[in-house]
Design a binder for this molecule. Structure first.
Ligand SMILES: Cc1cc2nc3c(=O)[nH]c(=O)nc-3n(C[C@H](O)[C@H](O)[C@H](O)COP(=O)(O)OP(=O)(O)OC[C@H]3O[C@@H](n4cnc5c(N)ncnc54)[C@H](O)[C@@H]3O)c2cc1C
Length: 364
C-alpha cells in the first residue's frame, strides 16, 4: 500500500495514469463531484457546443435518482453516498491509497474512523485486480502470533489481536450480518534446539515484558501436551497462551472494505501505472510474499523525499495479522503528523538509507 495525502492535482495525474478502467477523455470532458455522488456532464466534441437541454434533463433525472437514494439511505441501506462507477476514479480525492489489500483497506477504515479530524475527507482506494487473485492477503495462511523478537512486532500483534477479538465493535455495519472472523486462538508452538535455546529465552523475556502471555515448556511438557510431537533434539519450547492462532483472511479484508465504504471511502479499479518500485521474487508458493530482503520487517511511514507519500509495505509474512494496528498507525501519521498509540518510527524508510536493519529473528 502506498498513500498520497491531500494532492488535488495529483488525482488528475492518477486519472491519466490508470491503464485499466480508465476514463476516456472523448466521452467525459468535464466532471463535477458533488458531496452526495457524482454528476457527469459532457461537452459535445463534434460541435464543441454545450447541449444545455440535454444537460438539464440529465441533471433532473440524476437529482431525482439522488433524492430516491437519499430516502433509501437510512441506516442499513446498501447505498454508499460516495459510490460512483467503480471503474472510474473521482475528479478529486484528498487521500489516494494504492492497493486495496488488507493493509490499504485498514488504513482507509482508520482514516474515516478518525473522522473528527478528517471530516469530509475524500479517501479513494485504487485496486488493479478486483478478483484479488494475486494479492497476498487472500493467499495467506491467516496466522497471528505474539511470539516475535522485536517489541514493535509484539505490540502490533497484541493490538491487532484485541481488535480481532472485538471485531464487531469496530467493523460491524448496521443491518448487515456480523463479521464472523473464525478467529481460532489455538496458540503457536516454537521448538528450540540447544544452539538457539538462549535466543528463545531472550525472546520470551521480551514478549512477557511487552505483555504477551507466552509460556516456556520443557521437552517433557511438550510431550504431555502434544503426544504426537517428536521431541528428539528439542531442549526448549515456547507456547502462546492467548491471542495466537488463525482466522479467515478474506473475511477480514471484506470486513474492512465493507465498513470503510459504509463510512464513505470510495474505491475504483485500475492500476496506478506511473508508480515505480522494484521488487524481486525470491521464492513463490501461492503468490507474492511481500518479503523485505533488508530486514524482514514492514516499511511504515513517510517517503524520505516526497512529504505527502506514505509507505505501508514489505511485511514479510506478518502483514495480515498486523493490518488492524498498522492501519491505525498510518492514519495517525497522516492525520496527526505522528504516531499516537504505538511508536513505529523504527520501521520508517530511513533505516534503509542509513543501513540500520530492524532484524526480526522470529520469522516463519
Ligand atoms: C503464502 C502466504 C502466506 C502468508 N501467511 C501469513 C500469515 O499467516 N499471517 C500474516 O500475518 N501474514 C501472512 N502473509 C503475509 C500477508 O498476507 C501480507 O503481509 C499482507 O496480506 C499484505 O497485505 P497488503 O494489503 O500490503 O498486500 P496485498 O494483499 O498483496 O494487497 C496489495 C494490493 O495492491 C494491488 N496493487 C499493487 N500494485 C498496484 C498498483 N500499482 N495499482 C493498483 N493496485 C495495485 C494488488 O492488486 C493487491 O490487491 C502471507 C503471505 C503469503 C503470500
Amino acid at each position: 500500500m502506498c498513500a498520497w495525502r491531500r494532492l488535488h492535482g495529483s488525482v488528475r495525474t492518477l486519472r491519466g495514469s490508470l491503464t485499466r478502467g480508465s476514463l476516456t477523455s472523448t466521452a467525459v470532458t468535464k466532471r463535477h463531484q458533488g458531496p452526495c455522488g457524482s454528476l457527469t456532464f459532457c461537452q459535445s466534441l463534434s460541435t464543441g457546443g454545450f447541449l444545455r437541454s440535454d444537460f438539464i434533463k440529465d441533471l433532473e433525472a440524476q437529482l431525482a435518482a439522488m433524492r430516491k437514494k437519499a430516502v433509501d439511505a437510512l441506516p442499513g441501506s446498501s447505498w454508499t453516498p460516495f459510490q460512483i462507477n467503480p471503474n472510474l476514479p473521482p475528479e478529486t480525492a484528498d487521500i489516494v491509497i494504492v492497493g486495496g489489500g488488507v493493509v490499504g483497506w485498514s488504513i482507509a477504515y482508520w482514516l474515516k474512523q478518525k473522522e473528527k479530524l478528517s471530516r469530509g475527507m475524500r479517501v479513494l482506494v485504487v485496486e488493479r485486480d478486483p478478483t484479488y487473485s494475486q494479492a497476498s492477503t487472500v493467499l495467506s495462511a491467516g496466522g497471528i502470533r505474539q511470539q516475535f523478537s522485536l517489541p514493535e512486532n509484539i505490540h502490533l500483534s497484541l493490538a491487532s489481536a484485541d481488535f480481532m477479538r472485538n471485531i464487531n465493535e469496530h467493523l460491524s455495519v448496521v443491518n448487515e450480518d456480523p463479521v464472523d472472523l473464525q478467529f481460532n486462538q489455538s496458540g503457536y508452538l516454537f521448538l528450540a534446539s540447544e544452539e538457539v535455546a538462549h535466543i528463545m529465552e531472550q525472546n520470551y523475556d521480551t514478549q512477557r515484558f511487552a505483555g504477551a502471555k507466552v509460556s516456556l515448556l520443557s521437552p517433557q511438557q511438550v510431550k504431555e501436551k502434544f503426544p504426537w510431537i517428536n521431541t528428539e533434539g528439542v531442549v526448549l519450547a515456547s507456547y502462546g497462551l492467548e491471542n495466537e492462532g488463525w482466522f479467515d483472511p478474506w473475511t477480514l479484508l471484506n470486513a474492512f472494505r465493507r465498513k470503510a465504504m459504509s463510512l464513505g471511502v470510495m474505491q475504483c479499479f485500475g492500476e496506478v501505472a506511473d508508480f515505480k518500485y522494484t521488487t524481486s521474487v525470491t521464492s513463490a508458493w501461492a503468490g507474492f510474499y511481500d518479503y523485505n530482503t533488508f530486514d524482514q520487517n514492514g516499511i511504515i511511514g513517510m517517503h524520505p523525499l516526497i512529504n505527502n507519500m506514505y509507505f505501508a509495505t514489505g511485511f514479510s509474512g506478518h502483514g495480515l495479522q498486523h493490518s488492524p494496528a498498522v492501519g491505525r498507525a498510518v492514519a495517525e501519521l497522516i492525520l496527526d503528523g505522528e504516531f499516537k498509540t504505538l511508536d513505529l518510527s523504527g520501521f520508517s524508510f530511513r533505516r534503509i538509507l542509513t543501513q540500520e536493519p530492524m532484524l526480526e529473528q522470529n520469522i516463519v
